[in-house]
Every structure is written in structure tokens, then in C-alpha cells.
Write a protein that binds this ligand. Structure first.
Ligand code: ACM
Length: 517
């Protein structure tokens, strides 16, 4: 279509948009009615409409290596979903007919802040950092996707206007338990892709537990040769080589998701105890375990070899993990006497610091002598928590009754557990991290993380149906200001995201609560 014919064609589109408030639904969205999740800080609609074929290029200003990668990924998305070609040019002065992606260090104080403008013949995405423009491009991708679904066959334009945005919390996480059941690199990449749509920025890997050891440790090869051999239910298990894990880390980093490795210590260690007899106090290797009980295993805290083991594991994983945190577990160590637990954690925390990582652990670590910088992950109700916690410690909220994606939606959910109660979609959305735990200073809360424990989760479809849509709600809690979050508005916006997930061939829980479009 020539520019001239296109302009004529789009005059009626503008009129349609203008009429939409008092008439039947229009074929394109108005920007401030586009059902974006997470809801941005501010969305201003204009009366401009941008025909998709008005755009022929992407230009990047302030380019670095990562900007190149995210730009290429964005071009792939655009070409796939709009059937329009885009060429990538660096630093052209004329911005007409282009998507301009600009890093401007003076733009904002906030690392992830961005501004996205859609005009009739150009789009600009600006941020202080590459991470900021990446979040802006994800918003643009949602606008394209949702406009396309809404427009059906008439998908020819985007709504004009301006989005100004930044997150409420710096840590918006998901956790995947690859120990109870193992998931392939391809499954993990697919999960990362989906998380990135909703601006999640941390993925925590629960890499070891009683049922499996899932990461290659070169100096202790039997951990994976023996400890990686099986999983819950007696299936085949598996493990990531260090090369696999580096590949996951790079894939996540290109989507601005930081990987947090967890080795759960000193309990939840049967897979290690079955692999190496010397880690047991009686010098005898345990049997591999494929059940779902917890709290029965412990490393031998008395033995020096235990600390050599812990140091090798932390060193090897830290060497390939660029992220700031190393998670040392600490939960449900029911057969480790408290004084032994404290002694063990004292030495383990020092090892984490030796390898230049910030220690992170489940809240039970408060019973040990931890330093202020240790990040504590709150997961279950405990009377003592707020009393014991150091006022300067940072807390990550992963409350079982609000965040655990393995809790059943209701009594009819085939997968999952229910020890923390049922977790329907509304309950997973309608709560406030800053006031959930009494007596914590709101400033202590750095964000929230949604764990998916996998005792009953065996494949990608199982992951998807338990995570989606609840994790989309967690993503909005993490990004959008509390004052802007309302269930009714969220439920209406979410009702359009079922189509988005379907288009990506992602199973989601669609039974109740949402009037899916
Ligand atoms: C946990 O759910 N044991 C952290």
C-alpha cells in the first residue's frame, strides 16, 4: 500500500477510535484502554493512530552489546507479529518512520524507568539504562500483541500516546524447583520468555534437594552421576552441566532476568548424602529418595569434609553466576540441632562472602547469627519472625498462602498441594507485601518472589497451568504502585491475556473468577 492510500485508509480508523466511547467496540485500542499488565505508572492517550507499515527501521542511540541483542530480539518479535520488515540502523538523525531506542543517562534516577511514545509515524523508547528500554520494549510488544488480538483481521495500526513507567519494587521474582522434578534447558528458556513479558527480573533456581542434585560440580562429580539420577516418583531425573547453566544465565540476562542459584543446606540434602558416603556422620551413603516428605536429612556438621564440600560447591557455582546473590537454603532442617545449625550457617555464610556474593536464605536463617546484608526470604507464618529480625535486614516476601504457585487454585485443581490453603487468582492478587508481616518496616521489603515447588509438577504444561495466570498478578504487585492496583480493573485487563497465552500455546488455569475474552 502506498503512503497516500494508507493515509486515506486510516482517516476512518481515527474516526472510529474517536467514536468508540459512545459506540460499539472499535477495531483498535485507545492507548489508555489497552489492557496492559503490569499497569504502568501513567498512560496518556493521544488521538494519533500509527499505521504499522509507517515504520521501516529501528535506530539505536547509546548502543552497547546488550542493546544490540535486545534490539534484535525486538525486531524478530515485530516481524513475526506484524509481518512488516524492520532494518536496524545506528544513530541516524531523522526519526520519522522509525522506532528509536535511546539510552539517556540523564533521563531518570531509576534503573528500570522508561518512556514510550507512539506517534502517527514514529515510536520512541527512552530509558536511563538498557534495562529501562528493555522494559519499555516489553510494553510496546504487549501493545502490538493485544492490538493484534483485538483487531483480528484489521490489525493495521497501533494507538498513539505516551507511557511513563517505573517499578514499585526492585526484586520481582519467580522460583523454579528443578530438584523434585527436573526441567530441560528448553523448558526453562520458555518460562523465562513468559516471565519477561510481565517484567519479572529474578529467577531463583532450587538446584538441590532430597530427591535430586541438578548442577554439575566438577570437583564432586558423583553429585550428578548418582544424585541427579532420579526424581519424585522414580523418573529419570537429570542435571544441568555448567555449560547448560551458563546458557540459561545468558538467555535470562538478555531478557534482564537475574538467576539466583540455591543449594539448600544443611537439610534437604539427601541427594548429596546418597552420592558421597563421607558427608554422612556414620560414613554410610543413604539411599536415593523419590518421595515427598521433608525435614529428614542433614549434612554432618561435625566433619571438616562437609565444609570442603560446601566451599567447592559455592565456589564453582559462584564462578559461573554473575548475579549478586547465593541462596543457601536453611529451611526445614528439622534433624540438625539448633546449635549445630548455627555453627554450620556461620561458616557457610563466611564462604558465600569469600566468593563475593550476598547471602540469601529462607527465613529460618534468623535463628543463626546472620549479618545485616543477608537477604531473608519469608515463606510461612511464624510468631518470632518480626521480633527476631534485624531492623536493617532486607526481606523478600514469598508467603506460602499468597505466593506459592504449587498451592491448588481450589479443591478441584488436579495438580499441586494445599497445606497452605487454596490460592485462587483473586487471593494471589489482592494483598500487600508491605503490610503482610506485622512489625516489619516497609522499607525492609525489597520485593516478592513466587516459588513453584514441583512435587506434583512433571512437565512444561504443568508449570504453565499452575503459574498462569497467578504469577501475572504477582508481577503486577511487584511493578505497579499499591494505590493503582484494584482487583476489578486487573480482572478486566487479565481477561484479555488468556488469548495472549493461547497464542503462545501456553496452558493456563481458566476455570473460574475471570471472564476470559
Ligand atoms: C519452603 O517452603 N520449605 C521454603
Amino acid at each position: 500500500m502506498s503512503q497516500f492510500i494508507k493515509k486515506i485508509f486510516f482517516v476512518p480508523a481515527i474516526i472510529l477510535v474517536a467514536m468508540s466511547a459512545c459506540n460499539t467496540p472499535d477495531p483498535v485500542y485507545v492507548l489508555d484502554k489497552t489492557p496492559l499488565i503490569p499497569l504502568p505508572l501513567s498512560v496518556l492517550a493521544s488521538d494519533e493512530v500509527m499505521p504499522l507499515d509507517a515504520i521501516g527501521s529501528v535506530r539505536t542511540i547509546g548502543a552497547d552489546e546488550r542493546l544490540k541483542v535486545i534490539t534484535e530480539n525486538f525486531i524478530n518479535f515485530w516481524e513475526k507479529h506484524t509481518q512488516q520488515k524492520l532494518i536496524h540502523v545506528a544513530d541516524l538523525t531523522h526519526g520519522g518512520g522509525a522506532i528509536t531506542i535511546e539510552i539517556d543517562k540523564s533521563f531518570s534516577q531509576e534503573q528500570e524507568a522508561y518512556k514510550l511514545k507512539i506517534a502517527s509515524d514514529k515510536i520512541t523508547v527512552k530509558g536511563k539504562t538498557t534495562e529501562g528500554v528493555f522494559r519499555g520494549l516489553k510494553t510496546l510488544e504487549q501493545i502490538v500483541f493485544l492490538s493484534k488480538l483485538r483487531g483480528k483481521t484489521e490489525f493495521l495500526s497501533l494507538p498513539g500516546g505516551e507511557v511513563t513507567d517505573q517499578p514499585a519494587y526492585g526484586y520481582r521474582g519467580a522460583m523454579l524447583d528443578v530438584a523434585r522434578h527436573f526441567f530441560s534447558v528448553a523448558d526453562v528458556k520458555r518460562y523465562i520468555d513468559l516471565l519477561s513479558i510481565y517484567k519479572i527480573n529474578f529467577l531463583h533456581f532450587h538446584l538441590s534437594d532430597d530427591q535430586g542434585w541438578r548442577i554439575e560440580i566438577k570437583s564432586w562429580p558423583k553429585l550428578t552421576e548418582i544424585g541427579g539420577k532420579t526424581e519424585v516418583g522414580g523418573g529419570e531425573g537429570g542435571f544441568y552441566t555448567q555449560e547448560d547453566f551458563k546458557e540459561i544465565i545468558k538467555y535470562a540476562a538478555d531478557r534482564f532476568i537475574t538467576i539466583v542459584p540455591e543449594i539448600d543446606l544443611p537439610g534437604h540434602t539427601n541427594a548429596a548424602l546418597a552420592s558421597y558416603a563421607e558427608l554422612n556422620c556414620d560414613g554410610k551413603a543413604t539411599e536415593l529418595y523419590t518421595g515427598i516428605e521433608v525435614g529428614f536429612s542433614t549434612l554432618c556438621v561435625e566433619k571438616e569434609v562437609t565444609y570442603a564440600f560446601v566451599e567447592d560447591v559455592i565456589r564453582e557455582i559462584s564462578e559461573i553466576s554473575p548475579g549478586p546473590y547465593f541462596h543457601i537454603g536453611g529451611d526445614e532442617s528439622h534433624v540438625t540441632p539448633q546449635k549445630d545449625f548455627n555453627r554450620f550457617m556461620g561458616r557457610t555464610l563466611a564462604i558465600v562472602k569469600k566468593y563475593m556474593k550476598t547471602p540469601m536464605g529462607w527465613y529460618e536463617l534468623i535463628n543463626a547469627n546472620i549479618s545485616e546484608e543477608t537477604l531473608l526470604q519469608y515463606w510461612a507464618k511464624t510468631e518470632d519472625f518480626s521480633k527476631l529480625i534485624h531492623k536493617k535486614s532486607k526481606i523478600l516476601i514469598s508467603a506460602a498462602s499468597y505466593n506459592y504457585l504449587d498451592m491448588k487454585y481450589d479443591s478441584l485443581t488436579p495438580l499441586g498441594l494445599s497445606w497452605a490453603g487454596y490460592l485462587p487468582i483473586r487471593k494471589a492478587y489482592e494483598w500487600e507485601p508491605k503490610t503482610l508481616v506485622p512489625d516489619l518496616d516497609p522499607e525492609q521489603i525489597i520485593g516478592l518472589e513466587a516459588p513453584l515447588w514441583t512435587e506434583t509438577i512433571e512437565d512444561f504444561d504443568d508449570i504453565a497451568v499452575m503459574a498462569f495466570p497467578r504469577i501475572i498478578g504477582h508481577a503486577e504487585i511487584g511493578w505497579t504502585n499499591a494505590a493503582q492496583r484494584k482487583w476489578e480493573g486487573y480482572a478486566e485487563r487479565l481477561s484479555f491475556h488468556g488469548q495472549l497465552l493461547q497464542a503462545l500455546d501456553v496452558k493456563y488455569y481458566s476455570e473460574t473468577e475471570i471472564d476470559w475474552k
